[in-house]
Write a protein that binds this ligand. Sequence first.
Ligand code: NAD
Ligand code: MG
Length: 307
Amino acid sequence: MTTPESASQGNEAQLSLDNPVTRHPKISPPKQDQPEPGLDAKLEPTADHGETSYVGTGRLKGRKALITGGDSGIGAAVAIAFAREGADVAIAYLPAEAEDAAKIISLIEAEGRVGIGLPGDLLDEDYRNSLADMVAEKLGGLDILVNNAGKQIAIEKLEDLSDKQVMETFQINILAMYTITRAALKHLPDGASIINTTSVQAYDPSPTLLDYASTKAAINAFTKGLAVQLAPRGIRVNGVAPGPIWTPLQVSDGQPKDKLPTFGHNVPLGRAGQPVELAPAYVFLASAESSYVVGETLNVNGGKSTP
Ligand code: NAD
Ligand code: MG
């Protein structure tokens, strides 16, 4: 028999399941270092990309997606979710990330979808220019572009921040978006969706991430302007702005090493986010459910305030 007391206990159990503070563990990662690019396979503790939890509902049935940086972190979670929503997915990544990419491609294929790996370096102009054509040829089209690859190297003092680093960060994070998106436009049909990964750093820059934060502010402006330009063609452009998310970017000098044990503890939810927590935002913006959402930045940041 259900007494008022047991009913309220049931409710509490239900509530704690969905409590965003405890839904994922509060992690205190040990100090660790990986050369750039970091590998998800070596990340400690491991990150959650939704491998065992993301459940699709057919929202991207028959769609064809390109996700840059789809081998690990946020891009990997998006790749898994897109496949479970019914899309064929091509992922772009650096050749050194083949191990991470193979895992994600096999998860895409496990859904009965086509999974394609396109290794290459976004610093290489020919690669940037040819990505969209390769996807359109191999998948028979392209209607979702997720510009997500990124470089983040923390440097304490401006005197130590080289022009080489600044130029590479701009090239990979924002200039590549121009090239890849321009080349994709000839393939993107009405109803296609472009989603750019920006960051809370666009409005709340860390003193150690001057170059990175500047690219993210530029991505916001690119996203909003392009959204207005392409809306009449029936192509929607939006952004997702993550807060602190546990990914290999953070251990390959994305954070000062002494900050790793408290990574993400300073947001209102009190913990770092997991890549899987980003996937629904990308699915929403890619799917027709968001047909009236244009030029929006969806913040997924644990509660940090935004403009
Ligand atoms: P990640 O390391 O898993 O992904 C970044 C990917 O960028 C790499 O996997 C790599 O494939 C790609 N990349 C980097 N340099 C490249 C190059 N020269 N050529 C080709 N590809 C290259 O880390 P992530 O955190 O999932 O990053 C994904 C995006 O999310 C990035 O744009 C990052 O700026 C953004 N972001 C991350 C956080 C966070 O806290 N992790 C917060 C805000 C925004
Ligand atoms: Mg990677």
